[in-house]
Design a protein around this ligand. Structure first.
Ligand code: NDP
Length: 449
C-alpha cells in the first residue's frame, strides 16, 4: 500500500498549480489539487483574461470616434451597455474555468473544491475536516490585492471586485500607479468615468523604461485622466448619498463614486500552516524557494506569485512545468528569468523586454540608444494626436540589442515577436538586415536611427 494518500498535493488551481498538477499526473503521479475559490486562479477568473476583454470593450470608444474619419456614419448617441459586456465577459470566464476543470479531470487529477492548510511536511487538513497525506506538497496559492490600512479603506474595491460592479462609476479614484492602476484607468476613462489616479510617489509603472512611461503619462493626461502624485491616503468617508470622500496628503480631498485600490499584491500565505512544516517565508510573506522551486522544507515546493519572483502568468506556468518535469518527468528543468517580455494594457498599450536605458547604462556603462517617435498611419487619418515611441537599447561595443521598449497600438503583439530576437542575442545590424514590412508600425523596428 502507498505510504501517502497522494504523490503530489497542490494547493491552488491557478496558472502555476494547474500546469504542475496536469503535467505531474501525465508523468504518472497520483495528484490532487485543492482550490478554495474557482479553478483557473487570478489570471482566468479575475485578472488577465477578463481584464483584456474589458480592454477590447474600451477600445471601441475610440474606434467609434475614429470611424467617422474613415467614412462611417456613427450616431452621436452611441450607447455603451456595461451589463451586456459584463455578462459576456463573465460567461467567457465560465467557459475557460470549465475547460481548465475538464483538462485536470481528463488527466486524472482529483479536484478538491475546498481550502487546504498544511499541518506538517507531508500532511494537510481540508476545510471540511478531512486530513490527507502526500509525499510532496506544492504551494501555488498566488497573491491577493494589498490594501493600505487607512481609515475607511473598507469602502474601496480591488481588482477582485471590479468585474462585478453594478454600474460604471461616474467618478472613480484609483490608488497606485502600477499595472492594474494604469490598465483600469484607461478602461474606465474610455467607458466615460472621470478618472483620478493617485500615487504615493511621482513614478508610474516603476521598472519600465522612463521615456515610455513618460509618453503614457503625457497621453493619459491628454485623454483627461487626472494624476495626483505624492498623495498618501489619509482616509475615506462615506456620505449619506453613498459618495466617497478621499483625503490625501499634499492635495485637496476629492469626492468620487468609487475608490479602487491597485497598490500591489501580497503572497497568499496567511493561515496556510507553513510554519508547521518549517517553510521559510520572506518579509513580504512569500515562500522562499531555490532555483528548483523547493522550499526550506524538502517535501514542500512553491511556484507562481506566492514566491514573489516575477508576478506574471506565463512565468508561473513555466515554473509549474519545470517543477513537474524535474520531479516527475525525469527531465531536470529550470526557468530562465532573463529577457522576460511584459506589457501593460493601457490606452495605448506599452510593452518591453530586457534592460531599460537606465538599467543598461548602470550595468554596461556605455550604450547606444535608437528611437523612433512617430504617429501611426491610422492615427494620422483619424486626426488623433497620439504618438508612438519605440526604443532600442544596444551594448555599445557589440551592438547586441539588450532592451526593446515601445508604446503605441498593438505594442504587446509586436513586442512578443521582437522579444524572440532579443532573447536570441541578435544585433542592431540583424534588425537592419531585415526588410521592412510596409506599411506597418512594426517596420519601425528595422528602420530605427
Ligand atoms: P504594481 O506593483 O504594478 O504597482 C503597485 C503600485 O502601488 C505602485 O505604483 C506602488 O508605488 C503603489 N503602492 C505599493 N504599495 C503601496 C502602499 N502601501 N501605499 C500606497 N501605494 C502603494 O502592482 P499592481 O497591483 O498594479 O499589480 C500587481 C502585479 O500584478 C504586478 O506587479 C504585475 O506583476 C501583475 N500584473 C500584470 C499585468 C500584466 O502583465 N499586464 C496586469 C496586472 C497585474 P511605488 O511604485 O511607489 O512602490
Amino acid at each position: 500500500m502507498a505510504k501517502y494518500d497522494y504523490d503530489l498535493f497542490v494547493i491552488g488551481a491557478g496558472s502555476g498549480g494547474t500546469r504542475a498538477a496536469r503535467v505531474s499526473a501525465a508523468h504518472g503521479a497520483r495528484v490532487a489539487v485543492a482550490e478554495e475559490y474557482r479553478v483557473g486562479g487570478t489570471c482566468v477568473i479575475r485578472g488577465c483574461v477578463p481584464k483584456k476583454l474589458l480592454v477590447y470593450g474600451a477600445h471601441f470608444a475610440e474606434d467609434l470616434k475614429d470611424a467617422r474619419r474613415f467614412g462611417w456614419k456613427v450616431p452621436d448617441a452611441c450607447e455603451f451597455d456595461w451589463k451586456c459586456l459584463q455578462e459576456n465577459v463573465l460567461a467567457e470566464v465560465d467557459r475557460i474555468n470549465a475547460a481548465y476543470t475538464s483538462t485536470l479531470e481528463s488527466h486524472g487529477v482529483e479536484i478538491i473544491p475546498e481550502r487546504a492548510v498544511v499541518t506538517g511536511p507531508h500532511s494537510l487538513k481540508l476545510a471540511g475536516g478531512r486530513e490527507v497525506t502526500a509525499e510532496r506538497i506544492l504551494i501555488a496559492v498566488g497573491a491577493r490585492p494589498h490594501v493600505p490600512s487607512c481609515p475607511g479603506h473598507e469602502h474601496g474595491i480591488t481588482s477582485n471586485d471590479v468585474f462585478h460592479l453594478d454600474a460604471i462609476p461616474k467618478r472613480i479614484l484609483i490608488a497606485g500607479a502600477g499595472y492594474i492602476a494604469n490598465e483600469f484607468a484607461g478602461i474606465f476613462n474610455e467607458f466615460g468615468s472621470k478618472v483620478t489616479l493617485i500615487n504615493r510617489t511621482d513614478v508610474i509603472l516603476r521598472g519600465y523604461d522612463e521615456s515610455i512611461r513618460d509618453r503614457l503619462l503625457q497621453i493619459s493626461m491628454m485623454k483627461g485622466l487626472d494624476f495626483r502624485f505624492h498623495a498618501d491616503f489619509e482616509g475615506i468617508t462615506k456620505g449619506k448619498d453613498g459618495c466617497l470622500t478621499v483625503k490625501m496628503s499634499n492635495h485637496e480631498p476629492i469626492t468620487v463614486d468609487c475608490v479602487m485600490f491597485a497598490t500591489g499584491r501580497v503572497p497568499n500565505t496567511d493561515g496556510l500552516g507553513l510554519d508547521t512544516a518549517g517553510v521559510d517565508l520572506d518579509d513580504k510573506g512569500a515562500v522562499v524557494v531555490d532555483a528548483d522551486n523547493q522550499s526550506s522544507c524538502k517535501s514542500i515546493y512553491a511556484v507562481g506569485d506566492v514566491t514573489n519572483r516575477v508576478q506574471l502568468t506565463p512565468v508561473a506556468i513555466r515554473e509549474g512545468q519545470a517543477f513537474a518535469d524535474s520531479v516527475y518527468g525525469n527531465k531536470p528543468t529550470r526557468v530562465d528569468y532573463t529577457n522576460i517580455p511584459s506589457a501593460v494594457f493601457s490606452h495605448p498599450p506599452m510593452a518591453g523586454v530586457g534592460l531599460t536605458e537606465a538599467e543598461a547604462k548602470q550595468k554596461l556603462g556605455t550604450v547606444k540608444v535608437y528611437l523612433s517617435d512617430f504617429r501611426a498611419m491610422k492615427n494620422v487619418l483619424a486626426n488623433r494626436n497620439e504618438r508612438c515611441l519605440y526604443k532600442m537599447v544596444c551594448e555599445a561595443e557589440t551592438d547586441v540589442v539588450v532592451g526593446l521598449h515601445m508604446i503605441g497600438p498593438d505594442a504587446p503583439e509586436i513586442l512578443q515577436a521582437a522579444a524572440i530576437a532579443v532573447k536570441a542575442g541578435l544585433t542592431k545590424q540583424d534588425f537592419d538586415d531585415t526588410v521592412a514590412l510596409h506599411p506597418s508600425m512594426a517596420e519601425e523596428l528595422v528602420l530605427l536611427r
